[in-house]
Design a binder for this molecule. Structure first.
Ligand SMILES: [Zn+2]
Ligand SMILES: [Zn+2]
Length: 254
């Protein structure tokens, strides 16, 4: 019988589940090897070290992986970015939304094991140390893509904010939380590009416009799908006077 049957009061339930995980679930979810240290949670360090960053050729605008023949072009663009205006300056994802990265994001978002934001955040820190200059010349603020308060209440945390706070701690970059999600939107999963843009329109607002003016901003999220969400966020930030908005996500689709 599951522990959840008995423990309905959330803080106790979470604590109990964490305790059970600590005692019993000590295998890596990916390679099934025993987790070797207390710091390792759910996925071992070895598996994390196997996550490969997306390599060129990829779209210089949105980071989409392109076929090998694009390698000869200096700043290649995907079909979407050559035919549509993008509001963000550049968007990059660390890897493709599959395998270890997908497992990690699921553990964080859907199983709500917040501890895994640390190794995931660590990947972002490593990426920024290696490749920030290809994404944005200077970062004045990190801004997490916000959740609507209804979603925040049901999940209990904003995964993008956890990642931002991890980067803040390790790269000494300030996090700004003035971007708010003011309108509830239906999940974007089954919508096409145009529908997604329409669906997300007017969903965001900035609380303190003065803080955004002339700033170079790195918008952070877990997944880049069609980019509709980060495009809308970028549009709102630029409207408030941001000088430049680039985007970094853990993963993206192919
Ligand atoms: Zn492993
Ligand atoms: Zn593109």
């Amino acid at each position: 019988m599951s522990s959840k049957t008995y423990l309905t009061y959330k803080p106790y339930r979470d604590f109990f589940n964490d305790l059970m995980n600590f005692i019993f679930a000590s295998d890596c979810r990916v390679c099934k090897n025993l987790l070797s240290s207390l710091e390792e949670k759910y996925i071992c360090k070895d598996c994390f070290s196997k996550i490969e960053f997306i390599k060129p050729p990829y779209c210089d605008k949105c980071g989409k992986i392109l076929v090998e023949s694009f390698k000869r072009i200096e700043k290649p663009l995907c079909r979407d970015c050559s035919s549509h205006k993008r509001h963000f300056y550049k968007a990059r994802a660390l890897g493709i939304y599959e395998g270890i990265l997908r497992e990690g994001i699921h553990i964080l978002k859907f199983e709500k094991k917040v501890g895994i934001h640390k190794p995931l955040g660590d990947l972002m820190v490593r990426y920024l140390k290696e490749q920030q200059r290809n994404l944005i010349s200077r970062i004045d603020f990190l801004i997490p893509v916000p959740l609507h308060r209804k979603r925040l209440k049901s999940r209990g945390f904003n995964q993008a904010q956890l990642l931002c706070e991890y980067i803040e701690k390790h790269l000494n970059l300030p996090v700004n939380l003035d971007l708010k999600r003011i309108r509830w939107t239906t999940p974007q999963m089954n919508l096409g590009r145009q529908e997604r843009l329409q669906n997300i329109k007017g969903a965001f607002e900035i609380r303190n416009k003065g803080t955004i003016s002339e700033k170079q901003i790195l918008l952070v999220d877990d997944i880049f799908t069609t980019g509709a969400t980060v495009e809308e966020c970028s549009k709102v930030l630029l409207k408030a006077g941001a000088k430049q908005v680039s985007v970094l996500t853990l993963a993206r689709g192919r």
